[in-house]
Write a protein that binds this ligand. Structure first.
Ligand code: ZN
Ligand code: ZN
Length: 198
């Protein structure tokens, strides 16, 4: 049992990132997305550019569903990962996150490689760019809602309040970039009206 607790503690610590590790997503993913997009659209050619963009948008939309499913069922229930996420819930400003080598391995191993094998480079790059753009938007929004003080209206402020509601009640608001899938699956909770002095 102490051995297991030790492993869990190590698992949680692995998600406590260094500053470079935590912010590497914000530098590496834009670069990767740009390289994949240029290479992918070049490969698709003028005739295939429209399809490339449609698949890209499909990947982006698919990400919003993955964001919901991963947060609800993986971050809150899977051993090891649950420990990491609990650490974030306890200390929202700690540099806790998914190491870039892990997220990148998932995108390349579960999306890019199978699609390259099943379809072609244009399809694989478009879907991967869409998924990675969604992920980048998610980590950016999640950082912003915990570290920025947005004006008391607008997209970021509403997301900040929605996510604060998730931190207060872990059974609701699993979407970070929107509450769309929470509304679909019945886990959406509106945050209370803002206090004028906050
Ligand atoms: Zn959070
Ligand atoms: Zn959570």
């Amino acid at each position: 049992m102490p051995h297991l607790l030790g492993k869990l503690a190590i698992g949680a610590q692995a998600m406590q990132l260094t500053r470079i590790g935590y912010f590497s997503d914000f530098f590496a993913y834009p670069l990767l997305i740009a390289v994949f997009a240029v290479a992918g659209v070049s490969h698709a050619g003028v005739a295939g550019a429209g399809s490339w963009f449609a698949i890209f948008l499909g990947g982006l939309v698919l990400w919003t569903l993955l964001e919901y499913v991963l947060h609800r069922f993986v971050l809150h229930h899977m051993p090891y990962i649950k420990q990491m996420h609990e650490q974030h819930h306890r200390d929202v400003r700690a540099l806790v996150g998914t190491p870039i080598w892990f997220s990148l391995a998932l995108f390349l191993g579960c999306a890019f490689s199978p699609l390259l094998w099943l379809a072609d480079f244009a399809t694989a790059s478009a879907a991967s760019c869409g998924l990675m753009s969604g992920y980048l938007w998610y980590v950016g929004v999640h950082h912003a809602v915990h570290h920025w003080r947005p004006a008391h209206s607008g997209y970021f402020y509403n997301l900040k309040r929605d996510h604060a509601m998730h931190h207060a009640n872990e059974a609701c608001n699993f979407g970070v970039t929107s509450r769309f899938w929470d509304r679909v699956f019945g886990t959406s909770r509106a945050s209370r009206p803002s206090h004028p002095s906050r």
